[in-house]
Design a protein around this ligand. Structure first.
Ligand code: ATP
Ligand code: MG
Length: 356
């Protein structure tokens, strides 16, 4: 039997609070299903670590993480440390070194999420496949004539044939594997005529290898409206780094907000560990108060199990989460309830026990 090795990085703020609940979920699965074995090591590489050591992780941090099957991440960010340090010295190096070029964001409406948060009667169940390694978020560019009224800033977008091909292929494979019939290309090649034209060309080329799956092309502005007006008809969306980032938050708002939205940074080849983290940040405003919704972190753990080949356990977690939102008795404040983080987490554990 394979024992999964999981590196746990709880991070800052509400990170450790919601991670605690995710670990309870993983432990109960292990107790109930002897075929599921894991070993978790905890790494306290966070802003506190930075304040003590002047860096976000030890020098050989990435070499340590490399030996794990997966990384479960909480959230990072602390008012005492500039945001770009925690991002550029921890999250980005992990994504880069482990070639996590897919950012996967499932957007699914859970039963029972109170009406005031969702204005759609019909089910919503789609995924955003965001390019996570290049595109608009590059370090290439600069500023000249600084501080004068002639000042110019240039920010380069890097779209490569290889980078686009691999993200497109992931999107089509994902659609095929999960029974979706269409992939939407989120683009803006009518105005961004160099980079997005190459993006479109490559996506259309990859699409031709998947005759059973339909390709639709939407300009990002129209697609944003489409998200609001008929999100029930969305399926798989393939998007560049910037567009995918924006659509992800929009998608998360459609189905109940940051407290429930999971994400995965995936190395599809499985050569390096993938990393699973909630979409939300460390939420300093509610940290330490037991108010954080643990669903996003628990759902991220479910994505981790899915990627480790345990779809069965992932779907048990999802069912249990949905039972809790449907019953509506143990909800955190962000979903209109008054339960604590631990109360909600333990209710999810209780539902898992009932299902298994
Ligand atoms: P970051 O830069 O790390 O993304 P941020 O300030 O942009 O941080 P969050 O930390 O995600 O964003 O917080 C945004 C808002 O959402 C805050 O008001 C926070 O309290 C709320 N929030 C975030 N996560 C949760 C959660 N799990 N449960 C309840 N509320 C949350
Ligand atoms: Mg944010």
């Amino acid at each position: 039997m394979r024992e999964f090795r999981i590196a746990v990085l709880p991070g800052d703020g509400i990170g450790p609070e919601v991670m605690n609940e995710a670990l309870k979920v993983l432990r109960i699965l292990k107790d109930k299903d002897y075929t599921f074995q894991f070993h978790a090591d905890m790494f306290l590489w966070n802003s506190e670590y930075y304040l003590q050591h002047g860096r976000m992780m030890p020098e050989n941090g990435l070499d340590i993480l490399k030996n794990y099957d997966a990384i479960l991440f909480g959230a990072i960010g602390d008012p005492r440390v500039p945001d770009d340090i925690s991002v550029w010295e921890l999250i980005m190096p992990i994504r880069k070194r482990f070639c996590q070029y897919v950012n996967l964001r499932p957007v699914k409406k859970l039963k029972g999420i109170p009406e005031q948060f969702i204005h759609q009667e019909r089910p919503i169940n789609f995924v955003i496949v965001r390019e996570n390694a290049e595109g608009e978020y590059s370090n290439s560019g600069g500023r000249i004539y600084q501080g004068t009224d002639q000042e110019i800033a240039v920010q380069n977008t890097i779209i490569t044939r290889k980078g686009t091909e691999r993200i497109a292929r992931y999107a089509f494979q994902y659609a095929k594997k999960h029974g979706y019939q269409k992939v939407i290309n989120a683009t803006k090649s009518n105005a961004v005529v160099h980079s997005m034209k190459l993006w479109d060309e490559v996506i259309e080329h990859v699409a031709s290898e998947y005759p059973d799956i339909q390709l639709e092309k939407y300009y990002i502005d129209a697609l944003a409206a489409y998200f609001v007006q008929r999100p029930d008809t969305l399926q798989v969306i393939v998007a560049s780094n910037l567009f995918g980032d924006i659509l992800s938050d929009l998608g998360s708002a459609l189905v109940g907000g940051l407290g429930i939205s999971p994400s995965a940074n995936i190395n599809p080849e499985g050569v390096f560990p993938s990393m699973f983290e909630p979409v939300h940040g460390s939420a300093p405003d509610i940290a330490g108060k037991g108010k954080a919704n643990p669903i996003a972190q628990i759902w991220s753990a479910a994505l981790m199990l899915q990627s480790l080949g345990r779809e069965d356990l992932a779907s048990i977690i999802l069912k249990a989460i949905e039972k809790v939102t449907e019953h509506g008795e143990k909800l955190t404040e962000d979903l209109g309830g008054n339960s604590t983080t631990a109360e909600m987490g333990e209710e999810i554990v209780r539902q898992i026990v009932k299902i298994m």
